[in-house]
Design a protein around this ligand. Structure first.
Ligand code: UD1
Ligand code: UDP
Length: 366
């Protein structure tokens, strides 16, 4: 038996690691252990519950409005104890959160092979997204296996000198999770007006905190005021830098529904039902194209160029006038809308986890 320690910290990591954990559990050679750093608490727990995953170890690291340095330091201290006690043969983690960066570094110090799920995403700009670009570069430097979701991500790694033999093109596991959940035809569970077109909003990026985020909120409010036939559903991220401003600028409007983060099942229902999505989320940029829902991305840069190149996602930045103009165009112009609502899936075919497990099986078992 080989011991595989699968690490999850935040909501998107749990969504994207769930298919890997489930697939590994079916392997007779693998003893799967799940470590929740719980960098997120409620948002993590709801995903683990949905996919029937009970963590074996829970570091309960989340604190309200925790600083990145504190978070990193506390993670490293706790991970030291975990790696000494568990002595895993392989550690797997996904993406670019502070959890993943700390896990990769701790594995390096303990000489434990690290497998990076969703490897090779890059903007080339350390400030966008912040601190995720640095996190994934650090995690990538430590990785023994790089599970690249797309050919672009694979190319990014090759350009950085990563040996070709340690890069595996797998697709993104988010599509595995999405297809599973979308097939359940989830209800949104929030009272909405069926006669109105739904604009779904999410925002949480640190580089947008302050004025850029206020601009986003003002654009959302102006869009609703100019279009009597739309309503906004905005599940507000619990980071106080986001929630305080969102409630101050968007609260009290009769066609803007602010709610706590939706569980993954109803959120997928909302993405399916939405006419248009405004979001700075990484995961949403990957999922919405597969559901044929156009996304305007509230960021200056994206590490996910594939959907932009396919014309089904558009980068508008946290720019009031641009958000308003692009959203209005999609509300008014049926042809422009149809071009963006084509339903393409550049990020995967739902079999990424199986490919990751194939690689590990041949490394450890065959
Ligand atoms: C983190 C990741 C980001 C990822 C995002 C997904 C880092 C630095 N950031 O951002 O890459 O895109 O998760 O959502 O790793 N909070 C709660 N309850 C929760 C979760 C968060 O109250 O369940 C609040 C807490 O006050 C917490 C704050 O949000 O301190 C920030 O959480 P943190 O994990 O540091 O960063 P996110 O902004 O969530
Ligand atoms: N999501 C969710 N509920 C919400 C908002 C998002 O379940 O209220 C899901 C979304 O479908 C995607 C993931 O959470 O799979 C993205 O998380 P987030 O935007 O927080 O992080 P990012 O992907 O930007 O790292």
């Amino acid at each position: 038996m080989k011991k595989a320690l699968c690490v999850v910290g935040t909501r998107p990591e749990a969504i994207k690691m769930a298919p890997v954990i489930q697939a590994l559990r079916r392997e007779p050679w693998a003893q799967v252990r799940v470590l929740a750093t719980a960098q997120h608490r409620h948002m993590l727990d709801q995903v683990l519950r949905l996919f029937g995953i009970e963590p074996d170890i829970d570091l309960d690291i989340m604190r309200p409005d925790q600083a990145l340095t504190t978070l990193t330091a506390r993670l490293l201290l706790d991970l030291d104890d975990v790696l000494l006690a568990e002595r895993p043969d392989v550690v797997l983690a996904q993406g670019d959160t502070t959890t993943v960066m700390a896990v990769a570094l701790a594995c390096f110090y303990h000489r434990v092979p690290f497998g990076h799920v969703e490897a090779g995403l890059r903007t080339g700009d350390m400030d966008n997204p912040f601190p995720e670009e640095m996190n994934r570069v650090v995690a990538g430097r430590m990785a023994r296996w790089h599970f690249a979701p797309t050919a672009t991500a694979r190319q990014n790694l090759l350009r950085e000198g990563v040996p070709e033999t340690s890069i595996h093109l797998t697709g993104n596991t988010v599509i595995d999770a999405l297809l599973d959940v979308a097939a359940r035809r989830p209800a949104i569970g929030v009272a909405l007006d069926d006669a109105k077109r739904l604009v779904l909003v999410t925002a949480h990026r640190r580089e947008n905190f302050g004025e850029p985020f206020r601009e986003i909120c003002r654009a959302v409010r102006d869009l609703v005021d100019r279009n009597a036939d739309i309503q906004v559903l905005y599940p507000v991220h619990p980071n106080p830098n986001v929630s305080t401003v969102a409630h101050a600028l968007l609260g009290g409007h009769d066609r803007i529904v602010l709610c706590p983060p939706l569980d993954y099942l109803p959120f997928v229902g909302a993405m399916q039902r939405a006419y248009l999505i405004l979001s700075d989320s990484g995961g949403v940029q990957e999922e919405a194209p597969a559901l044929a829902t156009p996304v305007l991305v509230l960021r200056r840069e994206t590490e996910r160029p594939e959907a932009v190149d396919a014309g089904v996602v558009r980068l508008v930045g946290p720019d009031h006038d641009r958000i308003l103009a692009e959203a209005q165009r999609l509300l008014d112009d049926e042809t422009a809308y149809a071009e963006m609502a084509r339903g393409v899936s550049p990020y995967g075919d739902g079999k990424a986890a199986a490919r990751i497990v194939d690689v590990l099986r041949s490394a450890f078992h065959d």
